[in-house]
Every structure is written in structure tokens, then in C-alpha cells.
Design a protein around this ligand. Structure first.
Ligand SMILES: Cc1cc2nc3c(=O)[nH]c(=O)nc-3n(C[C@H](O)[C@H](O)[C@H](O)COP(=O)(O)OP(=O)(O)OC[C@H]3O[C@@H](n4cnc5c(N)ncnc54)[C@H](O)[C@@H]3O)c2cc1C
Length: 446
């Protein structure tokens, strides 16, 4: 007898199973990995029942919130898949500056609700990404260079442990589990049912600078970017995107786009900190040159989503680095020479220098973040484009400090994503909270 939640689970072979399985993956490249049963949980009791069922029947467990893991980490053969996307509550306490949110809450949806109350949170840059996976892996979000990674702003979590116990963890209660929940990402070993978040006042101004350059200027652009990286004001998110075309600007030729928001106390202040983009030595060769324009979050979400179109097949990979421009440029040339058509792109994010972070599982970062997002439409092209991101990052791995779990591709390329000490503590904490290995772990590790 199945003790699973009635009507909301699908065994392999059931009607509705394939729709439930492929519907959990945002990427159109749905891996051929098949859980034995998928449970669509709507309340905590469904989770408790599912974990008991899995334990009794010798099934491992995976969890899915927004399904935006590029690698579809949650799809594993023969496992029980807990789809918690329907657990998407958000209770905002404006007076205390806190919120309690479900893992299935979309980051951009939360942002809309917060902004209506003049509040803010470093949620992710894209629509659709849910807080479940995003907060567990770290979370590089809006104004994160000032407010820190999103996970630094998780003050507590409600979780269901492997033995079906519902517990609250924070700095004082189950501190090891709280430590692990801020960085373990797709290797976390409990089910999060709520995150308790610290909120911020909404910044008075969100200004933006946009410059687009012909790709032939790559050497000048990346050398400048690397040289100024330590000087970029922390209110500025310096993102550089290389792609084969820029449809949002009606440009059909390969280009390098700077599109950078600055969150500040006034328009004047935002305009001031964005002036750094006027110091690019080839600024007079820019195809688009907008030193400053006032913006807002809806405009930004639309702009970012033009590089993450739905209905594409994606493969991503990434690395942290503090290598010099001279060392990075050969690899960058290879990337831009081989980049598939838009929306495939190469992201350079200026991140450092890193401030002191709290002690948490998230423990690797560096001055510059490089990420590759390969995108294509047809399954027949999987062989042609599917390895572009991995192979280019593998070729530059001698220059990497490690990777970020946000854009992990660990099943294809195991890489270092936490410090050695953090890995030891993660393993120890897992052994304590999930001694029988009920939860599947990362798809690869070094
Ligand atoms: C278009 C796009 C844009 C992105 N932009 C950003 C960005 O701006 N900044 C950034 O930092 N990252 C970004 N990411 C990466 C994203 O944050 C991660 O892929 C994240 O894991 C997605 O969260 P999710 O809940 O949507 O995904 P899921 O695929 O549901 O979750 C990923 C993994 O997290 C674990 N998990 C999820 N929910 C739970 C839970 N409730 N309890 C326990 N474990 C759980 C599972 O192991 C799961 O496999 C982006 C990804 C995409 C596809």
C-alpha cells in the first residue's frame, strides 16, 4: 500500500508521469533520467509522508522547487522526486524587515511584492528562478555586491529532515544544518519548507549604463575590465555579456554588451558611480553609448530575460578566477570564436574584492566570475552545442579557483565548489542528519 499523498503522485508508467517529469525542468533539454515516483507536495504533511514512503521502500529522494537547475539536478533514476513548487507562500513583516517564504516562490514575484511595500531583497536576476534552489546554492542577486549573497540574508529555515522531523534551524538551533543550508545547494540533505529572510529598504534609485562594442575589441574590453575590477564601486553590478547578436538592440553582429545597474540613494549618486564605464579606452568605438538612464526592476527583468529565452535547450558551466587578462584572453578568444547563436552567451561578472563572509558552506568565490550559457533549439544539435560550455571551462580550469553552484555542471565536469574544510564539515553534517543517505547528493564532486 502506498502511503503517498492521494492523487498527487505519479509512478513511472502512470498517465501524467511524463508531463509531471518534464514539467519540472525549465531547460528544454530534459535529461533521460527517470524517478520511480514524482510527488507534487502542497503541504508539509505531503513531504513527511513521502520521506517515510521513500525510506520504507528503499528509494533515494530529490527535491525540486523552481526547476531552474541547468543540469536538472533533481532528475535521478529510480528516486522519489518531491516537487515542492506549490509551496510558495510569502508572509512579509514590513515592520520587522523580515519575510517567511516558501521554496516555490519565484524570486521576481517576491521582489514585486516587496517593492510594493518599499522593501527589497537580493533575489536572482531572472524571472522563474525560485527561492528553493537559489537560496541554498548561494544566490548572486540584485545589489549582492552590497548586501551579500542572498543566502547571507537567510536568518533561519523550516526543514523536514530525513527521518521526517520538522525542525527550525538558525544560528542557535541546529547550527550545523543552518551552516550547511547556506551553500550546499543541490547537495543539501533536508527539505526546506520555508526560508526566513532579512529584508532591506528599497533603494531610492536604480540607474543603468549601457554600452555595446564590436566583438573585435575583446582584448581592449576585457583587459580594461580586469584592470579596473577592484575599483568598481560595490553599488555597480558590472556585467559584460558577449554574444553573436544583440536582438534587444537590433544588432545582428557579434558584440560585447555592458549593461550595469547601480542601486543608490539618489539618481545623482547612481550616475556618479556608473561614470567608470566612460573610462573604457575604446569608448568612442561603442555602437551603443548610454552613460546613464533611470530604470526600474520590471525593465531590468525584461532586459535580462532577453538572454535567457524559454523554449531553448541549454548547457551551462562556470568558473571563479583572479587570473590576469593576459592569462584569460586566449581562453576568451576561443569562447567568442565558437559561441553558438544568441541567446547563447558568455558572462563576465565583476564580483570582488570579496568582503569577509559569515561562516557558511558557501566558501569559494573570487574576483571575477565567468559563465557560459550554450543555447540551441533542436535536439539534433545536442552533439554540436551541448559541450561548448563544459569544454571551454575545462580548458580554462587551470586559471580557476573553483565554480559556483548556481551554474553547476557537476555531472559532466566535477569541480571544486567549496573549501576543503567546508567539504569535510558538509560530509560530517550530512552523516549526522542523513545517516542512511536518503537524499541524493551532488551529481559530481572532486
Ligand atoms: C534562467 C536562469 C537564470 C538564473 N539567474 C541566476 C541569478 O541571477 N543568480 C543566481 O545566483 N543564480 C541564477 N540562476 C541559477 C539558479 O539560482 C539555480 O539553478 C537554482 O538552483 C534554481 O533554483 P530553483 O528552485 O528554480 O531550481 P531547482 O532546480 O528546483 O533546484 C535546484 C536544486 O536545489 C535543491 N533544492 C531545491 N529546492 C529545495 C528544497 N526546498 N529543499 C531542499 N533542496 C532543494 C535540489 O537539490 C534541486 O535539484 C539562474 C538559472 C537560470 C536557469
Amino acid at each position: 500500500m502506498s502511503a503517498l499523498p492521494a492523487g498527487r503522485h505519479f509512478f513511472r508508467g502512470d498517465d501524467g508521469y511524463e508531463a509531471a517529469r518534464s514539467g519540472t525542468v525549465w531547460n528544454q533539454r530534459v535529461p533521460a533520467r527517470h524517478p520511480e515516483v514524482i510527488v507534487q507536495a502542497t503541504e508539509v504533511d505531503d513531504i513527511v509522508k513521502s520521506l517515510r514512503y521513500a525510506k520504507a521502500n528503499g528509494r533515494k529522494v530529490n527535491i525540486r522547487s523552481g526547476g531552474h537547475s541547468w543540469a536538472a539536478n533533481h532528475l535521478r533514476d529510480d528516486a522519489l522526486l518531491l516537487d515542492v513548487s506549490r509551496i510558495d507562500h510569502a508572509e512579509i513583516d514590513a515592520e520587522k524587515g523580515t519575510a517567511r517564504v516558501g521554496p516555490g516562490k519565484g524570486g521576481s514575484i517576491l521582489m514585486g511584492e516587496l517593492e510594493a511595500q518599499n522593501l527589497f531583497f537580493p533575489a536572482g536576476h531572472c524571472k522563474g528562478v525560485c527561492l528553493g534552489g537559489y537560496l541554498l546554492q548561494g544566490g548572486y542577486g540584485w545589489n549582492s555586491r552590497v548586501w551579500g549573497l542572498a543566502c547571507e540574508n537567510v536568518i533561519g529555515l523550516d526543514v523536514v529532515t530525513a527521518d521526517g522531523e520538522q525542525i527550525y534551524c538558525d544560528a542557535d538551533n541546529h547550527p550545523d544544518l543552518y551552516w550547511a543550508a547556506r551553500g550546499a545547494g543541490p547537495g543539501f540533505f533536508a527539505v526546506v519548507t520555508s526560508f526566513h529572510l532579512k529584508l532591506y529598504p528599497r533603494p531610492a534609485a536604480c540607474g543603468t549604463a549601457v554600452y555595446v562594442y564590436p566583438i573585435e575589441l575583446a582584448d581592449e574590453i576585457y583587459t580594461w575590465a580586469r584592470n579596473v575590477s577592484a575599483e568598481v564601486d560595490r553599488r555597480v553590478e558590472m556585467q559584460i555579456v558577449a554574444s553573436r547578436s544583440v536582438p534587444s538592440m537590433n544588432l545582428e553582429t557579434p558584440a560585447i554588451t555592458f549593461a550595469s545597474p547601480a542601486f543608490a540613494d539618489s539618481e545623482k549618486e547612481a550616475e556618479e558611480v556608473l561614470k567608470i564605464f566612460g573610462t573604457v579606452p575604446v569608448v568612442d568605438k561603442a555602437l551603443v553609448n548610454i552613460p546613464y538612464m533611470p530604470t526600474d526592476m520590471p525593465t531590468w527583468y525584461t532586459a535580462v530575460m532577453s538572454n535567457y529565452l524559454a523554449d531553448y535547450r541549454y548547457a551551462a558551466d562556470n568558473m571563479w578566477t583572479s587570473a590576469s587578462a593576459d592569462d584569460l584572453l586566449p581562453g576568451i578568444h576561443n569562447i567568442i570564436d565558437t559561441i553558438p547563436d544568441h541567446p547563447s552567451h558568455f558572462l563576465w561578472l565583476n564580483w570582488g574584492p570579496s568582503p569577509q563572509r559569515p561562516d557558511m558552506a558557501y566558501s569559494i568565490e573570487d574576483e571575477v566570475y565567468l559563465a557560459l550559457y550554450g543555447a540551441w533549439k533542436n535536439e539534433a544539435d545536442d552533439g554540436k552545442y551541448g559541450d561548448w560550455a563544459r569544454s571551454n571551462m575545462a580548458a580554462m580550469s587551470h586559471l580557476a579557483t573553483g565554480i559556483q553552484l548556481a551554474d553547476e555542471n557537476l555531472g559532466q565536469r566535477p569541480a571544486r565548489f567549496a573549501s576543503d574544510d567546508a567539504m569535510v564539515r558538509l560530509d560530517k553534517t550530512r552523516a549526522e542528519y542523513d545517516p542512511d543517505g536518503l537524499f541524493n547528493s551532488w551529481m559530481g564532486r572532486l
